[in-house]
Design a protein around this ligand. Structure first.
Ligand code: MN
Length: 242
């Protein structure tokens, strides 16, 4: 079983065999937060650890107020390659909707034992992102035992720790005003309407990465010269690619 086995189990890869996520070493690790307009808008927090992105779906904008706890539902590990993705996932697929790169940067554990801390349900860390900064904590809650046999989805709390970046009261909601991509400056609506980048959950990571590179190449020479005026009427917005 790989660390990504759940990720792969949820997606239909057929019989492809390819490298499954690269390993990055060092005390500082990457993190990303992908704002995801799926059935419900949420923030996918991904912390790189042992070659994968440990992942949580945070149900509301992270709060800078240490008194405010945000529910963070543990989801399956994600491949590192997915962390730069911004675009759309077809509606009928797992995670269907629009994905915006909302924050990125590095994180480091406040202890020397982040793997053990995560296993124990208690991770304290420091984020150096464009939006998320300073000390944060992830605390696992008790599992729901009312559904025997069901696969447990661990619920965690994402909490700002007291430091210079913390802000009390309404100032703690400051991050809710950040609605653009740190990668492209686009809003979710703009990504949904204009993005040609599609992550196909039924394909392997390698296939997706290759397809995205192709899209980028194809797009480059067709750039219209600046200043050219559009005279055509507004066309209905295309959300999906064929
Ligand atoms: Mn998501």
């Amino acid at each position: 079983m790989t660390k990504l086995s759940t990720y792969y189990a949820k997606r239909d890869f057929g019989k492809t065999k390819e490298p499954r996520g690269s390993v990055a070493k060092g005390d500082k690790h990457r993190f990303v937060i992908q704002r995801h307009a799926a059935t419900r808008l949420h923030y996918d927090l991904r912390l790189e650890l042992e070659g994968v992105y440990k992942s949580w779906a945070v149900t509301k904008t992270p709060s800078l107020d240490p008194a405010v706890k945000r529910l963070a539902v543990e989801v399956e590990d994600h491949p590192i390659e997915y962390g730069t993705f911004e675009g759309t996932i077809p509606e009928d697929q797992y995670g269907g909707g629009t994905v915006q790169l909302w924050d990125r940067g590095t994180w480091r554990s406040q202890s020397d034992t982040p793997v053990r801390d995560l296993a124990g349900g208690h991770l304290k860390f420091v984020m150096e992102g464009e939006r998320m900064k300073g000390k944060w904590a992830l605390i696992r809650m008790r599992d729901d035992k009312h559904r025997p046999g069901a696969k447990v989805r661990h619920n965690w709390l994402l909490i700002k720790e007291i430091d210079d970046e913390a802000a009390r009261g309404s100032k703690g909601d400051a991050l809710a005003k950040e609605t653009t991509s740190v990668k492209t400056g686009r809003t979710l609506d703009q990504i949904a309407a204009k993005s040609t980048k599609v992550w196909n959950s039924k394909r392997s990571v390698k296939e997706n990465v290759a397809a995205l590179k192709k899209t980028a190449k194809k797009k480059a020479p067709t750039k219209k010269p600046a200043g050219k005026k559009k005279t055509t009427k507004k066309k209905p917005v295309k959300r999906k690619r064929a």
